[in-house]
Design a protein around this ligand. Sequence first.
Ligand code: APR
Length: 235
Amino acid sequence: MVASKIVILTGAGISAESGLGTFRDNGGLWDRHRIEDVATPEAFARDPDLVHSFYNTRRAQAAQAEPNPAHFALAWLQADWPGEVVIVTQNVDWLHEKAGGTAIHMHGELSRALCANCGHRSPAPLVMTPADPCRACGARATRPDIVWFGEIPYRMEEIADHLHSCDLFVAIGTSGQVYPAAGFVTEAAYAGARTLEINMTDSETSAAFDDHRVGLASQTVPAWVTAQLDGVRQL
Ligand code: APR
């Protein structure tokens, strides 16, 4: 059997058991903050202090968080699967990397700062303020390197190529409410991939998936990865 290519989309649900809040579960981030106050370019132009404060809190939480068995299982799959395993994450934490894996961060990363004046990227300090000068151009215009609502996600052409060339597409811990990520299952299926959703509950896009595994990611993802790798070993 030619080892197949697997594309895995992760959402906030994979990091929930690492203590990082999700957005739309009860009490989630969007229950406690208005998107238009903290997650749009207009919000940053209007009140950069408030936006920096929102992301400084999330950056500090991410710095304290540890990967859970779901992150480690995906890193193990990336290391041991005979084919290619590409993780595309909507998450801006670095738990996939901390677990030893790699990921395409389509919504940016809390660990990076972006200069709104010259586009220079640099490691983000734990606490960012509007007064931080850009290390390249000196302008006091650095922002979190996060893709806000109304902005174009990163590396979309590369992601589309992966979706059009994979044999299996798996979505883990995402509510399927934000595009373009929510449309990935349809794009992969149209190109011939089988599709699997791993979540605690149904999502907006559950009907589009061939298969489902329901439960906590820290339990369902290691079980699924073990089954994948055992299946290959038996060939
Ligand atoms: N195990 C598995 N799934 C879980 C767990 C868990 N322990 N905890 C929560 N979930 C699932 C929920 O059932 C839900 O479907 O994770 C999903 C979280 O959904 P959201 O909070 O909407 O997060 P996400 O889908 O990643 O949001 C997408 O929206 O606000 C933007 O940019 C932000 O990247 C984010 C995007």
